[in-house]
Design a protein around this ligand. Sequence first.
Ligand code: OAD
Length: 235
Amino acid sequence: MRAMAEIRNIVILTGAGVSAESGIDTFRDAGGLWEQHRVEDVATPEAFERDPDLVLRFYDQRREAVQTKVPNDAHLALGRLDAGWNGKLLLVTQNIDDLHERGGARRVLHMHGEHLNAWCTSCDVRSRWTGTLIERPACPACGDHALRPDVVWFGEMPYRMDEIYSALREADLFVSIGTSGAVYPAAGFVQSARDLGARTLELNLEPSQGTALFDKARHGRATQLVPEWVEQMLG
Ligand code: OAD
């Protein structure tokens, strides 16, 4: 395992917990999104085939809501870290909101897609999308009416896994923030990072499912823990 002073390359994984204090529901906490909706009704390719209106309406409502939210102190701190860190840094997020970007982070990879994109299943082009999809608008690139939310559904492959694993291979430090560690492949990154020799740190409200795999864990609110950790890193 590498000593603190030798840390050059960082991979950060974030989940719904980092956006919770901006007012975006998490998935698995009490009252979370998957308590209000069955995953298989709204977040699978089969659901989209069976009842596209239900799925489009679900994402339309969330796309609209996300645009009313603002980055919190955890997003802002990660933005400062990205701007001030001279080594390699990759901020892998499972979140489909754009709060990391609005918090100033640039090196962001959305492994589960983005609310503010629409993906044309006819021409495969992704377009920035802030409005609704329920009325089946035309794709700006090809004109076909075949747009879907650009989000990874259950049973689909997360995006840009090769880039993530090559960053993990180079990482000296892997930090997991605000994720329950319940969904693979993201939940397996800590084991991969360890196997590849990185230090590992968890920052989460409570111990995640994989908490025992981390060298260190701090438990509390992201808006408190993340700025503290970033100050320490930027020293
Ligand atoms: P979860 O809802 O499973 O977990 C959120 C985690 O954040 C929990 O461990 C909470 O304890 C923690 N948490 C809540 N509030 C917090 C706060 N203020 N500060 C710090 N931590 C807090 O969400 P994810 O782990 O992101 O995938 O879920 C992973 C994936 O499952 C999502 O990307 C989504 C979902 O199904 C897809 O839709 C493909």
